[in-house]
Design a protein around this ligand. Structure first.
Ligand code: COI
Length: 353
């Protein structure tokens, strides 16, 4: 398919890179493509960034049939632009599409379209430390219809946003709150795919966490409310008595690409990650015994994010003296060195644009 290109009449000023937050600014252009039953995915185009005008009855607004991805473009010291494991994002995007009754798209084509868009938006990829261009592919249901069924028409779009750290703490340890009152997802549900509703479902507990002075919620399993699942914006790892542990994918946990990268690296370094069920009581007990050495999250937006405090019921677990743990540091350095092209990519994870 030919991608048509319509350039913006005027270009925005670039932001001050030292002030970049997360997800507040958007570039000059976006990618759009439509789906209908007669034509399949068609009319791929790069256009000026701007509002999508939709009918108030559009299905996505009512029933939340929508999916998204998150990946990043990085600038190397030589000024080249590169992506980190983007094919994994598009594969997962199609898995999300399948679960949400959205028609599959051609992954190779989507990656080509993204690269075309990035070539046009090259000047937006920041180079200040810790900054990147966040990429948000999204698909929304477009039928103007109020009955509950899968839509017959869709819009696929990609928008780009120059970003700094996801958490205001940057790489400093964050504080997380464990809720046993609310759940994010259940086995058989949609917790393992990237659909808007999972994030909407997390907001209420997220607000409670903020009121209590915590950055994020650590979710327990939806059935027994006992086993650790994920943080919503990131997967979670513990280091207990020198064992690196992350919850096994249970059907209600998102299969993170950074999570997978950590697991692959640790394996290569001869210190494999154990993927298993881990109860919050085990974490509390390990802390009591002085064996909880580290806790950190992993995600595209969050990269590697050290956790300095976990609140569960009346217990406050302080981890690592407010300092970044050595495993978190090691994974952060190794992953970002590859992402920013400061080291040789021996894994084939990097795609040049
Ligand atoms: C990401 O890490 O890209 C995410 O999607 C998490 C969050 C910003 C929703």
């Amino acid at each position: 398919m030919e991608i048509s290109i319509q350039k913006a009449g005027s270009l925005k000023d670039l932001p001050d890179e030292s002030e970049l937050a997360f997800g507040t600014l958007f570039t000059d252009h976006m990618f759009n493509m439509d789906y209908d039953l007669d034509n399949g995915w068609h009319n791929p185009r790069i256009e000026p960034y701007g509002p999508i005008t939709i009918d108030p009855s559009t299905m996505v607004l009512h029933y939340g049939q929508s999916i998204f991805e998150g990946l990043k473009a990085f600038k190397t010291p030589e000024g080249e632009i590169q992506l980190f494991r983007p094919e994994q994002n598009f594969t997962r995007f199609n898995q999300s599409a399948h679960r949400m009754c959205i028609p599959a798209f051609d992954e190779e084509f989507a990656l080509r379209a993204l690269k075309e868009l990035l070539k046009i938006e090259k000047r937006w990829v920041p180079s200040a430390p810790g900054t990147s261009l966040y990429i948000r592919p999204t698909i929304i249901a477009m039928d103007p219809f109020l009955g509950v069924r899968a839509s017959y028409t869709y819009r696929f779009f990609i928008i780009l946003s120059p970003v700094g750290a996801y958490y205001k703490e940057g790489f400093n340890p964050v504080k997380i709150w464990v809720t046993e009152k609310y759940v994010r997802a259940v086995p058989g549900g949609v917790g393992e795919v990237k659909t808007a509703g999972n994030y909407a479902a997390s907001l209420y507990a997220g607000e409670e966490a903020h009121h209590k002075g915590y950055t994020q919620v650590l979710w327990l399993d939806g059935v027994e409310r006992k086993y650790v699942e994920e943080v919503g914006s990131m997967n979670i790892f513990f280091v207990i008595d020198d064992e690196i542990i992350t919850p096994a994918l249970s059907g209600s946990i998102l299969s993170g690409i950074t999570r997978d990268s950590v697991i692959e690296m640790a394996e290569k370094w001869g210190h494999p990650v154990t993927q298993r069920r881990i109860s919050i009581d085990e974490v509390v007990e390990a802390h009591k015994a002085g064996k909880l050495q580290e806790c950190f999250g992993s995600g595209t937006a969050a990269v590697i994010s050290p956790v300095g405090q976990i609140k569960y019921k009346d217990k406050t677990l302080a981890i690592g003296d407010g300092k970044v743990g050595s495993w978190a540091r090691k994974f952060f350095d190794a992953i970002t060195d590859i992402q920013y092209g400061r080291t040789q990519d021996t894994e084939g994870w990097v795609h040049k644009v």
